[in-house]
Design a protein around this ligand. Structure first.
Ligand code: ADP
Ligand code: MG
Length: 495
């Protein structure tokens, strides 16, 4: 089901608020647990008096006392949202109160309650359960003994809510949905539908469909050995196997599956050795009549840096695309998700969101979660104005359409070169680099295709644009000043 989770996304860091740590104050945790708890009770009392019962309950009701070590006191918040809110709005006060009862406390840190078990969403493997020595535990899906190393690492559960039942079907995704359902219900793979290749833009439901297939296959026959992993994980494993000279085990892992699912295969592009290995794995499974299911952001024909034999292999089965969403689909997804929310969301708010947030379903979900969380936690009535307010950052982005002209002007003036250099054939680094930055930004901030962007930069080929995009992506990692330039320009253009 759709639990509303922490609505603030993308920020994994723990909120820290601290005072200047007094030099040389090497604090030890002298306080016993009981004492610490008594102090916490006092701090809570003061907080409650100061901010009122309701706010106290909302923000501190589920905050737990952690430990004190080296002068650092840890608190644990149930969600990221609460953690960030407490840090931002009550941080100073909490610290001051602690210091009034326990001068030893030099800073307070709010962490997220640690999750019960580490998750590794990149890989799921389900193999027939082997008799377990821990018979008191429910049998976890895990690999057969022949596969050896890494059983724990791979025994992951798929995302429970990613089922066909929770997938809202509309025009843009009906074909991919039907293909996925069909494959999941086949007893034997049909050669003309092997591999199933699902492609579509970011956040449009590819991973959701892959997991849904996984659920059905396993429900139909729990003995089926299904391996799901991202292409990134495939590559990493392969590199690791090469490094530790363990390719035998690596190959063994794949040889023993009935169904292989690889998510985001576009990641393999340009990685030659991994591609060869993938090709090899692929062929051997197809020969054994094992089903292969792939997802990708691009159709096989648009994958770059990939061998022809690989491209034709990828496209040799059933290719199903997910188109970008329509208003109707977005609205119906929102309606479904809102039904599961704990507070009612008025129809006009859902319409507003479906209208305004058209990038992808993930953002749409995030927006709804944020609105609902505000309604729920702060007790604010959910209205269009409230949604506008809560989502102002998202909406501003959505409203703002950046053009290539603007990008070229900004970048040229930032690097102090003539606008004409954006389309000139000159290759001197002093103009070529800014041009690449501009191409990169055009790819990031507009919806134009690579060939369309190339045209706007002096009729250049799409491969030139692609090269520029890659180059800047690389430089952003290795060259801080480029990274800063790009961030700054991006902000100016979107602002
Ligand atoms: P992708 O793998 O294509 O980038 P995901 O499968 O991760 O996208 O989908 C992003 C989010 O949007 C997920 O939470 C998913 O459940 C949700 N989602 C996407 N499409 C649908 C849909 N048709 N119905 C319900 N939820 C959807
Ligand atoms: Mg995905």
């Amino acid at each position: 089901m759709n639990r509303i989770q922490s609505p603030i996304q993308g920020n994994n860091n723990n909120a820290v608020f601290e005072t200047n740590i007094v030099a040389g104050a090497g604090m030890e945790d002298g306080a016993g647990r009981k004492e610490l708890e008594a102090h916490w009770a006092r701090v809570c009392d003061r907080l409650r008096k100061e901010i009122g019962d309701k706010a106290f309950k909302t923000w501190f009701g589920e905050v737990e006392l952690g430990e004190l070590k080296d002068g650092k006191l840890r608190l644990y918040a149930p969600t990221r949202f609460v953690r960030d809110w407490v840090g931002r709005h009550y941080g100073d006060r909490v610290l001051a109160y602690w210091q009034s009862v326990m001068p030893d406390v030099k800073n307070v840190e709010v962490n997220l309650v640690p999750p019960p078990a580490p998750r590794r969403p990149n890989e799921i493997i389900a193999m027939p359960p082997v008799p377990s020595s821990h018979s008191h535990q429910p049998p976890m899906p895990r690999m057969g003994p022949s596969i050896g190393r890494g059983a724990d690492e791979l025994s992951q559960a798929p995302e429970g809510r990613y089922t066909f039942a929770n997938f809202v079907v509309g025009k843009p995704n009906e074909f991919a949905y039907a293909a996925a359902r069909n494959i999941s219900e086949q007893d034997m793979p049909l050669p003309e539908r092997n591999p199933l290749y699902i492609f579509g833009g970011v956040g449009l439901g590819k991973t959701h469909l892959m997991h849904a297939i996984w659920h059905v296959i396993r429900e139909r026959d729990p003995k089926t050995r299904v391996l799901y992993l991202t292409a990134e994980s495939f590559v990493n494993r392969f590199i690791q196997a090469l490094r530790t000279k363990n390719t035998g085990q690596f190959k063994e892992l794949f040889r023993n599956v009935d169904v292989l699912m690889v998510d985001d295969v576009q990641f393999i592009c340009g990685k030659e050795a991994s591609q060869d290995e993938f090709f090899f794995t692929f062929n051997s499974l197809v020969e054994q009549n094992k089903q292969i299911i792939l997802s990708s952001e691009k159709p096989p024909s648009e994958l770059q840096d990939i061998e022809e034999r690989m491209r034709s292999r990828l496209g040799s089965g059933l290719v199903a695309d997910i188109h970008s969403s329509t208003y109707e689909l977005r609205l119906s997804i929102l309606q479904t998700k809102a039904e599961n929310a704990r507070v009612p969301v008025p129809a006009n708010v859902l319409e507003f969101l479906a209208h305004k947030i058209s990038t992808n379903i993930r953002e749409l979900e995030g927006a709804l979660n944020r609105v609902v969380a505000h309604g729920q936690l702060i007790g604010r009535e959910i209205t269009v104005e409230m949604a506008q307010d809560v989502l102002h950052d998202l909406l501003r982005q959505a409203d703002r359409k950046v053009t290539v002209d603007e990008i070229q002007q900004r970048v040229a003036s930032h690097y102090n070169i003539k606008l004409a250099e954006m389309s000139s054939p000159r290759r001197a680094r002093s103009v070529a680099r800014p041009r690449q930055v501009a191409m990169y930004l055009a790819k990031q901030l507009t919806t134009l295709s690579l060939p369309q962007i190339g045209k706007r930069f002096g009729n250049r080929d799409h491969t030139t644009v692609m090269h520029a995009v890659r180059k800047i992506e690389e430089l952003k990692v290795s060259d801080l000043s480029i990274a800063e330039d790009v961030e700054l320009l991006k902000r100016q253009l979107q602002g």
